[in-house]
Structures are given as C-alpha cells and as structure tokens.
Design a protein around this ligand. Sequence first.
Ligand code: BEZ
Length: 267
Amino acid sequence: MTAARRDNWDSSLYDDQHSFVWRAGADLVDLLHPEPGERILDLGCGTGHLTAKIAENGARVTGLDSSPSMIAQARQNFPGLHFTLADARDFRSDETFDAVFSNAALHWIHDAEAVVRCVASVLKSGGRLVLEMGARGNIRRIRQVIESVFAEAGRAPNCPWFFPSVAEYSTLLEKHGFDVRTAQTFDRWTKLEHPGRGLREWIEMFAGSYFEGIPNGDRHVLIGHIEERLRPELYVDGAWFADYRRLRIEAVNSVEGKPAVSELRTS
Ligand code: BEZ
C-alpha cells in the first residue's frame, strides 16, 4: 500500500491490525477481472494480499512497492509470487502489462503525474488501469481535527496525503492518453480494529508524518486530544470508524505504438 515514501512501516503490525485495508479492496479485484495468463502490475502492493488474490485465477502478477519492509513481508507471505521494490513515480519495464491495479496506495504520492506517466509507459495499448484511493474529502473529520489540534498546539501540520476529485484525476489520466470508462466517489466508513484503541493505532500507523520529531509523551497527549474531539462523531456503538471516501476509476490506455522501456528497477 505504499508506493513512494519513507519506509517507516511496521509491516507485521500492518498485517495484524490493519487488514481492513486490503479486505476492503477485495471487490476492486472483481472489477479488474483478471484473466488467466494476463500480465498484471499491482502498484503499491503492500504485504501482497491483493496481489495473491489477483494471481488466484492464473494471472501473472508483479507486486511493486517502495517500502522494503512491505516487500519483505509480501515475499514472506507469498513466496511463490513476484514482488519488486520500486518507486511508483519512477519505474520502468521491458515488458508491457495487460493491466495495472492499485488499491489504497496512490493517495500517498503527491506527484500523481509522475505515477500516471509511468503507468502509461508500462501498459499495453488497450491495457486497463483499475484503481482505488482516497478521494477528495477522504477522512475529512480525522484530518480537520488533527490539524486543528496541531494549530492550537502551535505546530505546523505535515499532511502526507493527496486526495483528488474525480475531475482532477480523470483530467490527468486523459492528458496521458487514457480513456476514463468509469469514475466514482463513495463513502465507506470503515470500522477500525480494537474497539478502544482503534483510532490511536490508526493515527500511529498512518498519520506518523504529522508527529515527526515530537517526543512520545507529547505525541500521546496530542493523540488523546484528537480522540476526545472525534469520539462524539467517530466512536459508534463501541467501535472507532474512519470516515473514508473512496475514488474508484477504470481507465483504458488508448495511446498507440508506445516504445518499450527498460526493466523494472529492483533493489
Ligand atoms: C485511505 O485508505 O484512504 C487512507 C489510509 C491511511 C491514511 C489515509 C488514507
């Protein structure tokens, strides 16, 4: 689920406590509809669970992620599959792919144009891109409250995410030769694991860049303030929820005669 950022992931914690990320993306694989023998790239594959689901039906899948710890965990989880360490903004391949798939990864990358350029360069003409990511308005309340607690504490927020609208991402895809077939946003409030600690664990796993350089004690207090403010809205019937809004796009690469490019860069 990471495609280009610092490797600050605890991938086994991610697998143990945040499996909702890939579980929620399982029906995106149905939308991809992988066929036996197809070459598919799973961009931002994280610990490889959806890569494995794509491979179930006989597709030949490569999982790509920029996090060494995610790739190590993916290789351990699924030793029979192919995983490569690379940056989604800057990768190449000698082979072209029938499809590129991406779940919950692209909102970590602000330079979306670099990603789309790379994807276009590795997709066959007529190849499809199927993606889901956080949409404009994703985690609106979590983000607003984190940022207001930081402002009140006199700290500058360091938001790591890019949540585009349908129009913004579709325009970018069209600029790079894609035909957008479907594009939608929808709310998917997501129940977090561990009833009492769910939001705290989510913040520690996913919002770490806000807290860089802040000592543990202060961090604990800030997260406590965030929890208290969000509790009336996001703690429902004994469980924490994240106010996710998804952007889901299916697009087809319509550029003819693209040149082959060199190999996927690996570690
Ligand atoms: C998301 O899947 O939308 C998401 C996950 C972690 C942080 C921010 C967004």
